[in-house]
Design a protein around this ligand. Structure first.
Ligand code: ACO
Length: 331
């Protein structure tokens, strides 16, 4: 049976660190409040000249190096992002140019914080159904700092910038059960108003007189998002385990979307996941939306927290509302 494996992983974080203490001088907040309510201690922030494609390109280069393949071996690039460099062309096309892998198809996926799992599912299906494709680059990259209202204390403390990438490949090795075993994705558009960024599209062209400044930025009903995030991530993780005849005890580690420590702790409590199995790095990244899972995945590999043969569960939730979970037997 053909399987799709994660052959290489990489990430790229901006150099500039924004600690909570610096936010105290920007909005009415304290480092203690941020740590207590979110677990976040610092986040990385792009320079004005640094774009989502720059971070994504560097993360992709590292993933290619880790996979030990060259740009010529890539058959498709999919970028999950909610902060593309520009409205069009797609950030995937911009990254293609920067990487120098010409003529292959490229497109972006927008499922906000669930974007990486959506893109993983799309890529996996391409590989399983298109025999001409062997290797696909899946990149999650975000410059959340460009859509954060730095005067709104209820949102600006939460987000950060960064990128992560994986190379997915068809694996022909016999007698192996490694690879992406299953992916489950879902959405409920009726809850879109809970978390949105109004002016990025046909809703309100830039320059229209009535446009309020804060319409350019993330708007969120934090408490409602918080409740939905826990409910949906527990449900989708439970569903993907159940339909594969597994329980949480079969899982070696869980990589949740890195939004808020209280959300990840609540998921661990409800699902009976020991804290040591939860791979958390949001303390120094903040919420990097579509980039959060591949960044955490790369860090966990670097730290030896994911080993060959481990069964990894990854689960996300984001604006839309969208959600997704993937089961991966690590190789
Ligand atoms: N510093 C100090 N006080 C603050 C801050 C801040 N940065 N932000 C809000 N407050 C105040 C509020 O104004 C409020 O004050 P009031 O009681 O006088 O009105 C008080 O703190 C409590 O506010 P709540 O919004 O009820 O605080 P809560 O405990 O819910 O924490 C938070 C807020 C952290 C945003 C939480 O709701 C949350 O994490 N929600 C999920 C949001 C999220 O993760 N979104 C990311 C995208 S979706 C995803 O990735 C899963």
């Amino acid at each position: 049976m053909e399987r799709v494996i994660i052959r290489g992983v990489g990430s790229c974080m901006p150099e500039c660190i924004l600690p909570n203490a610096d936010l105290e001088g920007m909005v009415d907040t304290t480092s203690e409040w941020i740590v207590m309510r979110t677990g976040i201690e610092s986040r990385r922030i792009c320079l004005d000249t640094e774009m989502a494609s720059d971070l994504g390109c560097e993360a992709a280069r590292k993933a290619l190096e880790n996979a030990n393949i060259s740009t010529c071996d890539i058959d498709l690039i999919i970028v999950a992002t909610v902060t593309p460099d520009m409205r069009f062309p797609a950030t995937a096309c911009i990254i293609q140019k920067k990487l120098g892998c010409v003529d292959i198809p490229c497109f972006d996926v927008n499922a906000v914080c669930s974007g990486f799992i959506y893109a993983l599912d799309v890529a996996r299906n391409f590989l399983l159904n298109n025999s001409k494709m062997k290797n696909i680059l899946v990149i999650g990259t975000e410059k959340m700092s460009s859509i954060v209202n730095w005067e709104d204390r209820s949102t600006c403390v939460l987000f950060g910038d960064g990128a992560g990438a994986v190379v997915l490949s068809r694996d022909m090795e016999e007698n192996s059960d490694a690879g992406i075993l299953d992916v489950l994705i879902g959405a409920d558009g009726s809850l879109g108003h809970l978390l949105h960024c109004p002016i990025y599209g046909s809703t309100g062209p830039v320059g229209v007189g009535s446009t309020e400044k804060d319409e350019y930025f993330i708007k969120m009903e934090g408490r409602e998002v918080f409740k939905e995030a826990i409910k949906r991530m527990c449900a989708v993780a439970g569903d993907v385990l159940q339909r594969n005849g597994l329980t949480i005890d079969d899982i070696n580690c869980v990589i949740p979307h890195q939004a808020n420590m209280r959300i990840t702790s609540a998921i661990a409590d409800r699902m009976g996941i020991p804290q040591e199995k939860m791979l958390i790095n949001l303390q120094h990244t903040g919420n990097t939306s579509a980039a959060s899972i591949p960044i955490a995945m790369n860090e966990a590999i670097q730290n030896g927290k994911i080993q060959s043969d481990d069964l990894v569960l990854t689960v996300a939730f984001g604006a839309g509302m969208t959600w997704g979970a993937a089961l991966i037997r690590w190789k």
